[in-house]
Design a protein around this ligand. Structure first.
Ligand SMILES: C[S@@+](CC[C@H](N)C(=O)[O-])C[C@H]1O[C@@H](n2cnc3c(N)ncnc32)[C@H](O)[C@@H]1O
Length: 282
């Protein structure tokens, strides 16, 4: 692969402040995302000889999972805008011949043209400043027979894991969930029509968006789960902006723990989730 020194622009949603937060929560998140990740991999059908690009690879877990499916000719590149996350990924997965990492803004990085059999992403393509420019760039990196596959959130309100506890936070802060738009952010690609419009304009064919209802679940304690809910997504954003006293934070946490207890059955806490599994061909 060509390597190029670039100036990596930080997006509003992902900057070097997001990296350490993601690293802190990554094991907890990987556990919770395991059902949907298995589904994603069963759809992508990686072949041993594939050249694969993992966009917004974060801590590299999906990149590593691809590398385990590859044999000699196959190779996977994990690309991410966050140096913190890439350094973390490299420290976890060093010395694997079939895998490399690239620090870049995937929107405009000069990937080798006509090189990849598959471009994949788990929640890593919704943050581009210009999705059209980004997907045109990704399109160029694919071989003629290549495919794009990514998984992203559908509507925020259909994802209990994202909104659970928000009523309690609103009670203490008077702040409500932000309106979801197509602007860069976790829910930018919640609408199938918008996804199709962007991918079609970027040149892709055979575009398919499968809306799938599934689950996010964890065997963590209710206390740990409540901490995670308060540490990610719009809830975390509101809490960090509000400068609440530690007493209020503790009261919110106790109320959210009760919600987690209501969801717990046996050792498992479960949330309904809804995802778009997107695929397209060059
Ligand atoms: C929600 S995280 C998902 C991380 C990883 N795919 C996973 O599932 O664990 C989104 C990732 O996209 C990366 N990202 C955001 N904008 C990007 C861009 N323009 N180019 C490359 N990576 C980007 C972030 O740094 C972050 O690692």
């Amino acid at each position: 692969m060509k390597q190029k020194i670039i100036n990596v622009e930080q997006s509003e949603y992902w900057n070097e402040k997001s990296g350490p937060k993601w690293v802190k929560n990554e094991n907890a998140l990987n556990e919770r995302l395991s059902i949907l990740t298995d589904e994603f991999f069963s759809r992508v059908k990686i072949k041993a000889s594939d050249k694969v690009l993992d966009i917004g690879c974060g801590g590299g877990d999906t990149t590593f999972r691809v590398s385990k499916l590859l044999a000699d000719a196959g190779h996977v590149v994990g690309a991410d805008i966050s140096k913190t996350l890439l350094d973390h990924a490299k420290s976890k997965f060093s010395d694997i011949d079939t895998m490399t990492f690239v620090h870049c803004d995937a929107q405009n990085y000069s990937f080798d043209e006509n090189y990849f059999d598959k471009v994949i992403s788990r929640f890593g393509v919704m943050f581009f400043e210009s999705p059209l420019e980004a997907f045109k760039n990704i399109y160029c990196s694919l071989k003629t027979s290549g495919s794009l596959n990514f998984v992203c959130w559908t509507n925020m309100m259909e994802n209990e894991f994202i909104i659970e506890g928000m009523d309690i936070i609103t009670k203490y802060t008077q702040k409500v969930l932000p309106e979801v738009t197509n602007d860069p952010g976790p829910f930018a690609f919640s609408e199938p029509e918008y996804i199709k419009e962007v991918l079609e304009s970027a040149g892709f064919k055979n575009i398919s968006v499968d809306k799938v209802y599934t689950f996010i679940s964890t065997k963590d304690s209710t206390e740990k789960d409540a901490e995670l809910l308060m540490g990610i997504g719009p809830r975390a954003r509101i809490l960090s902006e509000e400068n609440l006293s530690s007493e209020k934070i503790a009261m919110i946490k106790n109320e959210i723990i009760k919600l987690c207890e209501q969801r717990q059955s046996g050792k498992e806490i479960t949330y309904k989730a809804c995802l778009n599994y997107v695929s397209a061909n060059k």
